[in-house]
Design a protein around this ligand. Structure first.
Ligand SMILES: Nc1ncnc2c1ncn2[C@@H]1O[C@H](COP(=O)(O)OP(=O)(O)OP(=O)(O)O)[C@@H](O)[C@H]1O
Length: 373
């Protein structure tokens, strides 16, 4: 466990970066320090691996006061990942990953072999092992940065805005990868970000920092969204917190409606009423796109199906949450969200009005439980 008690940090120029921080971080948890720029997240994180020493209070890791622990020894058990990966530019990927194990006395050969395993673990092709950092994409560099921190298998991982420099699509991939890795590794992770969406997606617990380095709230993401502790937190999580909160709600009882499905082979003889849409599916029943009567006509006139149909919106995978269900319904060109099972086969259609009705019903039940009725 990592514990902050009454921790403050005043820099020599008088800046108070952290003020009276009390926080207990459980072993094996994923804790996100989130808040706007300059509110002390990075300074707080760096007090865990002794890159910064507190001016008041104490930070302990597994009961040992960090200030009284040798920095080199301490950092053996704490991996550190920064934006861009922080890779050594003149070393290959495999040697970057093997650096710390070699410094600790592992043979270069054994360290390289282990590095290849870690590379695979973070979803990178082993053919990249011989490349230099400049020959990788931003997302790949970031994955190597994670691999390097994991190579020494530390129980604690500190990650400082690791995914901020990559584009949103790659960022979402890295976030999923991180979720998968954490489910497998169960490290104690402390992750700094200013992005509330990223925080909500990754964290088991969010520590929301505010002005003057003061902690505003330390709670599960769902609680931060549904019951912000201060006006500052309410403002920071934003007006769409209700929408974000949907990702914590079960969509198990959203009704699935029948939807009209067409295989490509059926298009030549199919008819659709005006305003009616059909979902074009593959032989395996996977969705391809929506088509209407005008689309059918144009296919019959020789246009490829892919061009004559409207690409579907996002998909709702049965068993996931209300946010996915609502996203699927409102992003679909036909107004009907496409639900698929785990294998990607169409399971039915979702109506946005049903999602909203289910949300209202869940809230009513919660209110009743709260009021003891
Ligand atoms: N070495 C230093 N000397 C003086 N002031 C510092 C030093 N390091 C950080 N600060 C100040 O301390 C405050 C907190 O900085 P910190 O980097 O911890 O914030 P942050 O929340 O991580 O912000 P960001 O996301 O922008 O990095 C800021 O006002 C910053 O300017």
């Amino acid at each position: 466990m990592i514990s902050f008690s009454a921790v403050s940090k005043r820099f020599p120029d008088g800046t108070v970066a952290v003020d009276g921080l009390d926080l207990k971080i459980d072993a094996g948890s994923f804790t996100v320090f989130v808040g706007p720029s300059g509110c002390g997240k990075t300074t707080s994180m760096r007090m865990i691996n002794r890159m910064v020493l507190p001016t008041a209070g104490s930070v302990t890791v597994d009961g040992r006061d960090v200030a009284a622990t040798d920095a080199v020894e301490l950092r053996r058990s704490i991996g550190y990942v920064i934006q861009g990966g922080g890779l050594l530019p003149h070393r290959t990927v495999v040697d970057n990953i093997a650096t710390v194990p070699v410094l600790r006395g592992q043979s270069r050969r054994a360290a390289r072999r282990a590095a290849l395993d870690v590379l695979d673990r973070v979803g990178l092709d082993p053919v990249l092992a011989g490349r230099y950092p400049a020959q990788l994409s931003g997302g790949q560099q970031q994955r190597v940065g994670v691999a390097r921190a994991l190579a020494a298998d530390p129980p604690i991982l500190l990650m400082d805005e690791p995914f901020s420099a990559v584009d949103p699509v790659v960022r979402a991939e890295l976030q999923s990868e991180m979720q998968r890795l954490q489910a497998e590794l169960r490290k104690t992770i402390v992750f700094v970000t200013h992005d509330i969406d990223e925080a909500v997606r990754l964290g088991d617990r969010l520590a929301v920092f505010g002005p003057h380095g003061r902690l505003q709230q330390f709670d599960a993401p769902n609680t931060v969204l549904s019951a912000p502790a201060t006006d500052f937190v309410a403002d920071f999580v934003g007006r769409d917190r209700g929408y974000r909160g949907l990702s914590f709600r079960s969509a198990d009882s959203v009704p699935l409606h029948d939807i009209r499905r067409l295989r490509e082979s059926e298009i030549p003889t199919a008819t659709l009423a005006p305003e009616e849409w059909a979902l074009v599916v593959t032989g395996a029943g996977h969705p391809q796109g929506w088509i209407d009567a005008a689309g059918l006509e144009s296919v019959r006139a020789g246009r490829p199906v892919a061009e004559a149909s409207a690409a579907g919106g996002s998909l709702f995978t049965v068993g996931t949450d209300l946010r996915q269900a609502l996203d699927a319904a409102i992003s679909s060109p036909s107004g009907i969200g496409v639900a698929v099972d785990a294998s990607g086969t169409v399971a039915g259609g979702i109506d946005a009005a049903d999602v909203v009705a289910l949300l209202a019903e869940q809230r009513r039940t919660e209110d009743r439980l709260r009021n003891g009725r």
